[in-house]
Design a protein around this ligand. Sequence first.
Ligand code: SF4
Length: 297
Amino acid sequence: MYNFPISYEPPVYRPPSEGRSLLIQVTIGCSNNKCTYCDMYRSKTYRERRIEEVEEDIRKCAASGLYPDKIFFCDGDALGASFELLEKSLLAVQKYFPDCRRVGVYATAENILGKSDDELKRLRELGLGIAYLGLETGDEKILHMIVKGNTANEMIEASLKLKRAQIKLSTIAMLGVGGQDLSAQHIEGTAKVLSATCPEFFSFLTTFSVPGTPYHKMEERGLIKPLTSKMLLTEMREILSRSSFTLNPVIFRANHVSNQHPLGGVLPRDLKSIIETLDNWIAHTPEGQFPPRPQQM
Ligand code: SF4
């Protein structure tokens, strides 16, 4: 059996599209760690790792013969690390993996706004190619309710700042995050932010409340009513149809658990066929049916 050359501080998460990337922990935990629906890093206290530790991990991976095409800097919002740590970590990647094509990172709007334009450009020059931003929703009230830590305007400002630095923006929104009562404003606000920012990549996640989280408690108390499968599909349809993507093509993916098939395409080019598919699914989805919960929740 192959012995992986480095050990991680668990739990470790990465975006689905970084499934083949080498994971390097630059930070531990999440600097926000307050979003009411999220329990990913509750067991960790946020900290930056020392550059010596990060460089040692990269060196060991290189010494063991790994040659990753892509690297992902963990944990929850590694762009929140100091500019100096990120710069040195990227220099270490260049030194040990000169053929690495791209480094990715999770980011919050706060992380992005906390870096200057020049710092972001420098990180881009050193190989930081993509940042994954959990927008979740473009609606102020829901952002406040889930304690996301940033306003919709800050999400827009941060997204455009990242794009100015030519770091690709991958935005994630959460279907159903406002519950039934706030669904209409979730649609409106999210379409507005997407239209203003036109991320290079966009994907939906479906909201499932995780036991033990404040979000789950709100659901138990009836303050948030989860959406049925039909409502979730309708939310997706409405967000997409009300967004206008004019700045650049958007690579769209949705692995909605109640979809019969994964949905994806390039927007706006494929919008018409995606909407037709969604209309067909909506028409054939019974009222009152909820999507199955993922296994590992
Ligand atoms: S910023 Fe991301 S990782 Fe951190 S608490 Fe919120 S959802 Fe979880």
